[in-house]
Design a protein around this ligand. Structure first.
Ligand SMILES: *Cc1c(COP(=O)(O)O)cnc(C)c1O
Length: 373
């Protein structure tokens, strides 16, 4: 590793797309983007080899990757990713939310998956570079955004089982419509008792594709039971709540206390989770991170102690949970309206993200300025 030939920070070479969508085509897509269906005209690529480290940072036309069939990611799943959003403010400027958190989480995911760490500055620059070429893809309708998907794969052509000596980092971007088009609607969630998403010492705290692959079958079970999402218990005792397939969970006790499962190593530490904790404390609420059992949830709802339950993550921000369904029992009322505190926290967080409230914690980073071409 002594031949570190890379510059720091990395400099990006830019090749504009010759086949970029027309303004009219883009406007048609942005009018109804859905989620994860359409991709912008460009992408970022940075290569890594064990000899050279990170090198050849570039912005190119969006297009397929050329992968050798022996590429290690295809066989052993050595892959990690991030999810964040670019928000357009009323004055047209483009911002993202706490991106250094995503950068640091990509580094910790990389450590767990034996992938190389990308410097925080290079991660931030990669996202700015995307906006420099595809900023016009950030929609401006309420609650819309450009979803940014940085990811890293092992792409050495080698079937031996060890950490790859060749890796690629990429950023793609996809316009996202408002998650809730008709008001914030509470969901039913399904309690998986047969499957876990993570175990002690496993990859639960890393944002890796493998965790999602393992959640798809229980997620299907949730759909089959009329639920939107699956809730996982801790793998060790099967008694307390970990999180949903891709969102963290909160319980409102009374009107002034928020309880969320503590980070045990099997839970993914959400940026939204951390931000909700801060906003709740700012309001004078008590926030407690501790184990929460399914029994406590059932008893708390029955006694009136637990007044609201919600899930949170970048994509949907905050989603009220009306009911937990499980084999043989339910908790809560499927028709319950969204809770007051749930909605207030959601509103405050999105107001900060969209620049409608002051950014008192310095959480926003401007993306459409200071880009070095
Ligand atoms: C990404 C993710 C979350 C939410 O994290 P945010 O940073 O808030 O988007 C929660 N749980 C899992 C398993 C995740 O992958």
């Amino acid at each position: 590793m002594s031949q570190q030939t890379t510059s720091f920070p990395l400099e990006f070479e830019r090749t504009p797309s010759q086949t970029a969508r027309s303004i009219a085509e883009r406007e048609t897509i942005l009018a109804d983007p859905g989620f994860g269906k359409y991709f912008t005209d460009h992408m970022v690529t940075i290569d890594w080899t064990i000899e050279k480290g990170w090198h050849d940072a570039r912005v190119t036309p969006y297009g397929p990757l050329l992968l050798d069939p022996a590429s290690s990611v295809l066989h052993y799943g050595q892959e990690i990713f991030e999810g964040m959003k670019a928000y357009r403010h009323a004055d047209g400027s483009i911002w993202t939310f706490r991106p250094e958190k995503n950068a640091e989480r990509l580094q910790s995911s990389a450590r767990r998956l034996a992938l190389p760490e990308l410097a925080v500055a290079d991660f931030l620059e990669s996202v700015k570079q995307m906006i420099a070429v595809d900023g016009s893809w950030v929609p401006d309708a309420p609650e819309t955004s450009l979803y940014l998907r940085p990811f890293m794969i092992a792409n050495e052509s080698f079937l031996g089982v060890r950490a790859a000596h060749k890796v690629g980092y990429y950023v793609i971007a996809s316009p996202a419509g408002a998650y809730f088009t008709d008001g914030v609607a509470p969901v039913k969630i399904w309690l998986s008792t047969e499957y876990s998403r993570a175990g002690r010492g496993g990859t639960g705290a890393a944002k890796c594709g493998g965790n999602y692959a393992a959640s798809l079958l229980p997620q299907q079970e949730a759909y089959d039971n009329g639920c939107a999402q699956v809730l996982f218990l801790d793998g060790e005792t099967g008694t307390h709540i970990d999180e949903l397939g891709g969102m963290n969970v909160f319980f409102v006790h009374g009107t002034d206390t928020l309880v969320t499962p503590r980070l045990t190593g099997t839970i993914l530490e959400g940026v939204t989770r951390d931000s909700i904790i801060q906003l709740a404390r700012d309001r004078g609420m008590t926030v407690i991170e501790r184990d929460v059992t399914v029994d406590e949830w059932r008893d708390g709802v029955a006694s009136g102690e637990i007044t609201e339950v919600f899930a949170c993550g970048t994509a949907a921000v905050v989603t009220p949970i009306a009911q937990l369904k499980a084999v043989g029992f339910t908790i809560g009322d499927a028709d319950a309206a969204a809770g007051e505190i749930t909605l207030a926290l959601r509103q405050e967080l999105t107001d900060i993200q969209y620049g409608r409230l002051p950014d008192r914690h310095g959480w926003l980073m401007r993306l459409d300025a200071e880009v070095t071409a």
